[in-house]
Write a protein that binds this ligand. Structure first.
Ligand code: ZN
Length: 249
């Protein structure tokens, strides 16, 4: 396992190199100022390796590896001293890792043996995508008008009941909260059937898929365990989609 310090150093090198490309630098500045409305950044797998990230780390512990990417992005952005940069954390940022080599394909066909790993899968879309709204930052307001903002990095909503300033009960104020549009679509492939793929982070503009279309996706299979149930419902957190050439993308 790479140490925290090594991971951080790899990512600091990565962001510095990424920023040397004008087009990519522009995108970083856009996310820095327009976050969380803009929250997706494409990161290059080969460039991550060049910067010192280990493949094992990214493949087997993507949440730790990519989480360090987000933390170091935050310090990198602070260093740029941009006008209007987002001042809180970038917790719900999404790093779209592209150019994964074939080694990320699961070596067996049981997707559930690879929960929380980064994998590359060939999928068939079982239907059209459905657009849904994703709560990224909830604003809770009390009767005195104090606003408490709670970031929502996971799928389970983080709530508060009482105002931290005055102790009065709070309610969720949707007009003050921040939402992103995401898409979800059922997918099937070798070893999995009809699981929900979540396409978050970017608007995937122009992505129209129909039943039977195929694509290669990079993503993290996860299971959502409710309360005390031992039955998790599986879904695929998609980081990148490579649509095959004959599709209108
Ligand atoms: Zn209050």
């Amino acid at each position: 396992m790479q140490s925290d310090a090594d991971l951080r150093a790899a990512w600091e090198g990565y962001w510095a190199a990424h920023y040397e490309d004008d087009r990519r630098a522009r995108r970083l500045r856009t996310v820095a100022t327009d976050y969380p409305v803009k929250r997706g950044v494409v990161v290059s797998y080969p460039a991550l390796l060049d910067a010192g990230l280990s493949e094992t780390e990214l493949r087997t512990r993507p949440d730790r590896a990519l989480g360090t990417g987000v933390e170091t992005f935050e310090s990198f952005v602070r260093g740029l001293d941009l006008d209007g940069a987002w001042e809180r954390s970038f917790d719900v940022m999404i790093l779209h890792v592209d150019d994964l080599p074939g080694g990320f394909k699961p070596f067996d066909s049981n997707l559930m043996a690879h929960l929380n790993e980064l994998v590359q899968l060939e999928v068939t879309f079982d239907g059209p995508t459905e657009r849904i709204s994703d709560l990224m930052e909830a604003a809770f307001v009390c009767t005195d008008g104090h606003v408490t903002r709670i970031h929502q990095p996971g799928r389970r909503r983080r709530d508060i009941t009482f105002c931290p300033e005055c102790g009065d009960p709070v309610y969720l104020e949707e007009r003050e909260s921040l939402f992103a549009e995401i898409q979800r679509v059922p997918v099937s492939g070798s070893g999995f059937d009809g699981i929900t793929a979540i396409l978050g982070g970017r608007r995937w503009k122009g992505l129209t898929v129909g039943e039977g279309d195929t694509a290669v996706v990079n993503g993290i299979p996860r299971a959502d365990f409710r309360e005390d149930s031992t039955h998790g419902s599986a879904y695929l957190d998609v980081l990148h989609v490579e649509i095959e050439d004959d599709l209108p993308f």
